[in-house]
Design a binder for this molecule. Structure first.
Ligand code: ADP
Ligand code: MG
Ligand code: ZN
Length: 629
């Protein structure tokens, strides 16, 4: 791919200043080493000076902040110097002592700085500042020297698709709806006349919305690759920089350039960095002027250009559409929104296929299995997974990637990289072991399409001290109320085990509780699964996460309803907690035995785990009631 800077960079206009800067620096250094007349006087240790004072041999002393010069009454030897110098020590008693021994003494005010030092101290700091600015300005540009005075130049990179490195739709998989929508955009760019002839208005802005790593950037490059037009790529955060006004000027520059190269595409990645709602930002902080100006400029530019036969289409991507200013989403701006979501099973299989072609796979590798085990992975995670597997194979000095490498890579991507260096204390390890086994036993007994595949107490990643891996046995799009209740109970299984075994809880369950509460809230607010509150959606579409203009995720409800919602959520979590406690008390022996086993082995998986969990049983209804009471 050919990415180059589309800027006529100013030359090194600061060459002269650089020279001056170096010159002054050298002078400043030199001034410290200039021969000082005072240096000619022999220096003696302070202790000798004091001895001589005590011996009443000092006539007079002249004290400055960095030396004491004194004259002896009688030199120690014939012809020896009578004037000596010493370095002062912080000594409060000196004046008293001098007085006692009849020394005549005086102190000098701090030395007056010479003219040249004064000049340097005024001139050099600003020059250094300019130097620093210049340094950053250079680094800001990709390679080329960008002067401090051209901050406003658009930093857009032009991506001119060349034959070999061209990204096409074939490189993107698992996001078929988005591809269909964007194919139409490609058509606009290829044959604008057709649309103009019939009087159809070509859309100006298309917004790609979706979680990170799902291929938004990749898709927009594919659009450029398919249409064969120039492609300006810039990230929203690059607009928002140093000086107020620079962002707006950059937007202006960018559109000017684009108009010259039309038909073309402008791609603004991370649009949310500039497009945050203006209303939302007026708070105590008084808003962000710079961003607002940039946003206004963008709106103006999008309204401004309208050439039917030479279209400029603005693509943008964001993973936080809910924070975008409503003005951006109006017709004539980003009026098209394309959802780029995480891939489903077959999508994941296709993406794995694309990346598996880039490495050497061994014969027996079954990518279907890998696709099954990676539910929830985005495209970027899958690309990462294949690469991790290849790295593992290479480290083991094998020539092909095997199934085991891919399996291990899944765990790495799921739980972060193995971090053996992190050592748990023995008692912590015990808590983690019981916690994870608690998850596993409850998870095993709960309904739903997944099975417990592995328990590990090897610390991984930044925060996970241990983990229990549940793999789905089938691809599921729908979850019943029972499934979700089971998920909440499983999440609370870790904490419940701690309560039963140690009689207290630790901070290790914080993330579990967060997720459990989220599920309970969604059940009540989004899925209408509460019996008392009925099939109403109290939370707005998607809980405010996608495509909603309003920041408040909840519909306006009466106080009584709000309280009822809170009570219902609380009830769901409490019941799940009781259930987990009942299950673990009922299977207490198994909890102990698996926990001890894992403390020895650190990891239990596969058939061994299956056999161990097989002996767990659900408590009777009566036992459940007893715990709840
Ligand atoms: P986003 O912009 O949505 O955060 P990117 O487009 O930057 O994600 O994706 C990062 C990388 O992940 C891509 O360069 C590509 O290698 C891989 N990738 C992500 N999604 C897909 C996909 N749907 N198909 C193929 N590769 C993908
Ligand atoms: Mg991106
Ligand atoms: Zn946990």
């Amino acid at each position: 791919m050919a990415i180059r800077q589309d800027d006529n960079r100013p030359s090194r206009r600061f060459g002269l200043i650089n020279l001056l800067l170096i010159g002054f620096g050298v002078l400043l250094l030199a001034s410290n080493f200039l021969p000082n007349p005072a240096m000619q006087v022999p220096r003696v240790p302070y202790s000798l000076f004091i001895d001589q004072v005590n011996a009443d041999n000092v006539k007079r002393a002249f004290i400055t902040s960095d030396q004491i010069r004194y004259e002896l009454i009688k030199p120690p030897a014939e012809g020896a110097p009578t004037v000596l110098a010493t370095t002062p020590i912080f000594d409060m008693e000196l004046p008293q002592r001098l007085e006692q021994h009849g020394v005549e003494f005086a102190a000098a005010p701090p030395r007056k700085p010479s003219f040249i030092t004064t000049l340097l101290s005024w001139v050099v700091p600003p020059l250094i500042f300019i130097g620093v600015l210049q340094f950053f300005a250079r680094r800001g540009g990709m390679g080329g020297a960008q002067g401090a005075l051209s901050f406003t130049k658009s930093k857009a990179k032009v991506y001119v698709p060349d034959e070999e490195s061209r990204v096409t739709f074939a490189d993107v998989a698992g996001v078929d709806e988005a591809k269909t929508e964007l194919t139409e955009i490609v058509d606009f760019l290829k044959t604008p006349e057709r649309y103009a002839a019939i009087g159809a208005r070509i859309p100006k802005g298309v917004l790609l919305v979706g979680p990170p790593g799902t291929g938004k950037t990749l898709l927009s490059k594919a659009v450029a690759g398919e249409a064969g037009v120039p492609f300006f790529i810039i990230s929203g955060s690059e607009f928002v920089e140093l000086f107020v006004g620079a962002g707006a000027a950059r937007v202006r520059d960018l559109f000017e350039e684009a108009k010259k190269k039309a038909p073309c595409i402008i791609f603004i990645d991370e649009l949310d960095a500039i497009g945050k709602s203006r209303a939302g930002s007026m708070g105590m902080m008084g808003g962000n002027d710079e961003r607002e100006q940039t946003l206004n400029q963008l709106l103006t530019e999008m309204d401004g250009f309208a050439s039917q036969d030479k279209p400029v289409i603005v693509l943008a991507a964001t993973n936080q559409p809910e924070v975008l200013d409503a003005a951006l989403l109006r017709p004539g701006r980003f009026d098209r929104q394309v959802l780029v979501d995480r891939p489903d099973l077959s999508g994941r299989r296709t993406i794995l296929g694309i990346y598996a072609k880039k490495v050497k796979l061994s014969e027996g590798v079954d990518l279907d299995k890998i696709a099954q085990a990676t539910s929830g992975f985005a495209g970027a995670d899958l690309a990462n997974l294949v690469n991790e597997a290849a790295l593992l194979a290479a480290r083991a000095k094998r020539t092909t990637v095997e199934q085991g490498d891919l399996n291990e890579a899944i765990e790495r991507v799921v739980a972060g990289l193995e971090k053996k260096s992190r050592v748990l204390q023995a008692d912590e390890k015990k808590v983690v072991a019981f916690h994870e086994v608690g998850h596993a036993i409850v998870g095993h007994l709960m309904p739903g399409g997944s099975k417990v595949a592995k328990i590990s107490i090897v610390p991984r990643g930044m925060s996970a001290l241990g983990y229990t891996l549940q793999l789905p046995t089938e691809e599921r799009f729908l979850n019943s109320k029972e499934d979700l209740e089971g998920q909440i109970a499983t999440l609370l299984g870790g904490r419940s085990a701690e309560e039963i075994v140690f009689g207290e809880v630790t901070t290790g369950a914080a993330n579990d509780l967060q997720r459990a509460t989220d599920i309970a809230e969604q059940m009540v607010g989004t899925f209408g699964m509460s019996d008392t509150l009925g099939p109403l959606a109290y939370d707005k579409q998607g809980g405010g996460r996608f495509l909603g203009g309003n920041n408040n995720p909840r519909r306006s409800v009466s106080d009584a309803t709000a309280q009822a919602i809170d009570r219902e959520v609380r009830g769901l979590v409490d019941r799940a907690h009781d259930r987990a406690l009942a299950i673990l008390s009922h299977n207490r022996e198994l909890l102990d035995s698996i926990s001890h086993r894992i403390l020895e082995k650190e990891v239990i998986e596969g058939d061994e785990l299956k056999d161990l969990l097989a002996s767990s049983t659900l408590p009777t209804e009566a036992a459940l009631q007893a715990v709840a009471a």
